[in-house]
Design a protein around this ligand. Sequence first.
Ligand code: CTP
Length: 411
Amino acid sequence: MGLIALGVTGGIGAYKAVEIVRGLQDAGHDVVAIMTPAARQFVGPVTFEAITRRRVITDQFARGTNADIEHIALASDIEALVVAPATANIIGKLAHGIADDFLTTLYLATRAPVVVAPAMNTLMFAHDAVVRNLATLGEHGVHIVGPGEGYLACGWIGKGRLAEPAAVVAAVRRVLRPAGDLMGRCVVVTAGPTYEDLDPVRYVGNRSSGRMGLAIAADAMSRGARVVLVLGPVGLEPPYGAEVVRVRSAAEMRTAVMQHAPDADAVIMAAAVADYTVSGGARREKLAKDQETLTLTLTRTTDILAELGLWRGDRTRPVLVGFAAETHDVVTRAKMKREAKRVDFIVANDVSRAEAGFEVDTNAATLVDAAGTIDLPLQPKRELARVILDRVEALLSARVAATAANVDDPS
Ligand code: CTP
């Protein structure tokens, strides 16, 4: 993916721009930072240089490393220009076409989409001049993100805080993928582990981090889908804009999934759902360690994916995708699971490999469908998410085409 220019201007939120760089890099982008003199009062260019691994542009007239007119060269190289935080001053300059430094000149020179994330005091944000300038930027096709509400550095509570970095990154991704292959579609994704409570302080759980499911949710969002994310107990932040349903146990996950399945065009079960729960439910009081050994009796939970397969029957909607975490006979077991659970395809991975599976950002998998198997080599989970969503998209469009053909040809 391409290069994104991030303009950082002088607001207290400038430090958050570091997280925006990280988020854009996680989404596969290369980032070049441009800092105004005021921004450098808040964060040093070295910080951005270290994380972007590129020279930070701080001065329009610095002796260049090449003979190109840099703002013109960059203007045609970038895929998007993001200004975050954007002060009232920069918003005013952009709205009026003032070009007195590198960032403002770049804005006029580029034809790449522009995303602006304002950050300022509540009263400044509400001032008619700022309101009008933002409206002008909107008319120029600039995408405005936020600002958020809350405590401001100046002591006020209200609107003006820089939008969360994840929201800015999500806006950039949306802007770069406006066609939205999944626009108007609803995708239900489950992620994370489930915890089966033993007593008020203990539970039986598993090591799923939720990374794979979150990557799938983020990819589906960037394709324009409405995403319902049924999320077990995880420490990671869900992608901005997903409708998050927090659950704890397998039973809660089942209720949430079955409630949203009728609206779904696809259900992707990436969660590591507990296969067993504590018989009789959680004890009301804490178990004391008054015995040498402790025997727990566990009862099978409902297999949500199998229930979905049964519920769908011979219909083709929603597309059903399962995961299979295996330690041996990966493909054979995945094929059996696919048939038994009546799903479209299974993403099977060998969790005995250190770099695939739980708690890591990479995964290697085998995609098992009715036609056979496809090996997906070790890659970042976000890349794997893309392959899985490509597959879901292909199945959905094939089904739309098949339905249309049936309508055309009543025989
Ligand atoms: N799954 C589910 N409900 C359960 C257990 C699993 O919906 N109670 C889903 C998982 O989300 C995953 C798929 O089923 O998409 C496969 O889960 P996995 O644990 O690998 O296999 P199981 O079918 O549970 O079989 P086993 O544990 O015996 O390997």
